[in-house]
Design a protein around this ligand. Structure first.
Ligand code: C2O
Ligand code: CU
Length: 507
């Protein structure tokens, strides 16, 4: 039974809460959608849930993040941008499952920011969503995030403020499993990104251009909406960006695609020895680009999707949407090999070089044959036994119909943009089923905060799943982490243009 929540009442609630906090000076943030019918992010239930996660004698791991203007060298190309460090990705944060992570953020930007801990089932008031779980961190301001990291895995962090993610504001969070056997000799962290900032336009310029010109200008023009009729054709003389696997593959043609912050002209080297087994933690931190990843001369065995184990599955290439992570193991050959991340359906690629022996550098445009052999999608893999969600009849089903158009540039859930969409209500302890119904001709990587769901059909445990055009993907999870959780497309331009919902626990 969903309580009837009117948007007007919710907005009045926000105004009231902000007003109170203002009057009390440094008063604690009571939560965005302050409605007596919803669990408040800063309320007791959230605090009690966190207390139950704490382990006696658990460690506290401290880190600092200093978002600020930086100059980055992408490899022969200098760009002015915003980052957490003088390099991209930002600092690696590493903890063990059960630790408390304490991160002090000092905002050196001339803009408000926030830090979201993507994929982590954390306490709701540390989720980093301005206007919902906290107030934005003001320019020059400070904020401390402190929460238990309950589950091992590969995660990442980024702002939940506008399109800031499309700068160098991202970094990896690895949560180690103290009980894991670790059947590999070494580990590489490989972060993929699409890059525009400092090349003549900012991500905010890109968003403004999409929203004002509907994809014309220097964007590749197309129509991914359900009404367009121009699908698959070029508009304004620009080619569409389509992929045989994903359909419409993106809205932005980026000048660069990066692996660990470098262009293919100046790739990073990942060094190993022949016959070593390497675990590669892959993170797609891009804003509008899925990547098809392959390592020349090797096969990839996927062991984890979005941090959680799967039945190990071997393929030649792997397709990763924005916000998705995968851990793969590789048995290294002898020589020099290209690790290629092709911008799926777009022009260009990222590159890193794997070196275990003698050999010349691969060219920037190298295309290993593995890219076109067996391509794995992480949502199609089987959850490992230990993390399989037991079967249960859903108590609550929400259908999220995804639609949108390029002109005007507007992306919706159930016909409505986020600002006008009532919360999707769930009850504590319920088995919840979400059905993502993609009515568009473009793929959407759908992300749920604070939970790891099971993809219906395969059971793969994930927090971000690709939904291809005209397809419905259902996911299920147990509602055991009370609060208000953003559920949205991880195409940052779609999320900013409305394709987002608030999945809120009933008080
Ligand atoms: Cu990485 Cu709301 O997302
Ligand atoms: Cu989308």
């Amino acid at each position: 039974m969903s309580p009837t929540l009117t948007r007007r009442r919710l907005l009045a609630g926000i105004a009231g809460t902000v007003g109170l906090a203002g009057a009390a000076g440094a008063a604690a943030w009571a939560g965005g959608l302050f409605d007596p019918q919803l669990v408040a992010p800063g309320g007791d239930l959230v605090a009690r849930t966190e207390a139950a996660r704490r382990r006696p004698g658990g460690r506290t791991v401290s880190a600092t993040l200093n978002p600020r203007p930086v100059t980055l060298d992408l490899g022969g190309r200098q760009v002015q941008t915003w980052g957490y460090d003088e390099s991209a990705p930002g600092p690696l944060i590493r903890a063990q499952a059960g630790d408390v992570l304490r991160v002090e953020v000092t905002n050196g930007l001339a803009a408000e920011t926030s830090v979201h801990w993507h994929g982590v089932a954390l306490r709701n008031d540390m989720d980093g969503v301005p206007g919902v779980t906290q107030q934005a961190i003001a320019a020059g301001g400070r904020h401390t995030y402190e929460f238990t990291v309950p589950d091992p895995g590969t995660y990442f962090y980024h702002p939940h403020s506008g399109v800031q993610l499309d700068r160098a504001l991202y970094g990896v969070l690895v949560v180690d499993d103290p009980h894991e056997a670790g059947r590999y000799d070494q580990e590489w962290i490989v972060v993929l990104d699409d890059w525009v900032d400092g090349t003549g336009r900012t991500p905010e310029d890109v968003l403004a251009s999409l929203q004002s010109m509907g994809g014309h200008g220097d964007m590749a023009g197309m129509d991914h909406g359900s009404m367009g009729g121009m699908t698959g054709m070029s508009m304004g003389g620009m080619e569409t960006m389509t992929s045989p696997v994903l359909g419409g593959a993106g809205d932005v043609a980026y000048p660069h695609y990066l692996v660990n912050g470098r262009t293919p002209q100046a790739p990073v080297t990942l060094a190993g020895r022949p016959r070593q087994r390497v675990r590669i933690r892959l993170v797609n931190a891009a804003s509008d680009t899925a990547f098809r990843v392959a390592l020349g001369g090797h096969r990839l065995t996927v062991t984890h999707t979005d941090g959680f184990p799967v039945t190990p599955t071997t393929g030649d290439a792997l397709l990763l949407g924005m916000g998705e992570r995968a851990d793969v193991t590789v048995d290294l050959g002898d020589g020099v090999f290209p690790l290629v991340a092709v911008a799926e359906g777009k022009d260009g690629q990222g590159l890193a070089v794997v070196r275990t022996g003698a050999g010349g550098l691969p060219g920037a445009a190298v295309r290993p044959a593995e890219l076109d052999r067996r391509v794995l999608l992480t949502g199609g893999l089987r959850a490992a036994e230990a993390v399989t969600l037991e079967r249960r009849q859903p108590d609550r089903v929400h259908r999220l119909v995804l639609s949108g158009s390029m002109m005007p540039y507007r992306w919706t859930v159930n016909g409505t943009t986020f600002d006008k969409l009532d919360p999707l209500v769930v009850g504590q302890g319920e088995r919840v089923r979400l059905e993502f119904v993609n009515q568009t001709t473009m793929f959407h990587p759908m992300h749920v905060h604070g939970h790891t769901f099971a993809v219906a059909g395969t059971g793969a445990r994930k927090d971000t799943v690709i939904v291809v055009p005209k397809q419905t993907v259902a996911v299920e999870f147990d509602a055991t982490n009370p609060g208000q959780w953003m559920t949205h497309c991880h195409n940052i331009y779609h999320a900013e243009s409305g394709m987002m919902a608030n999945l809120a626990y009933q008080a």
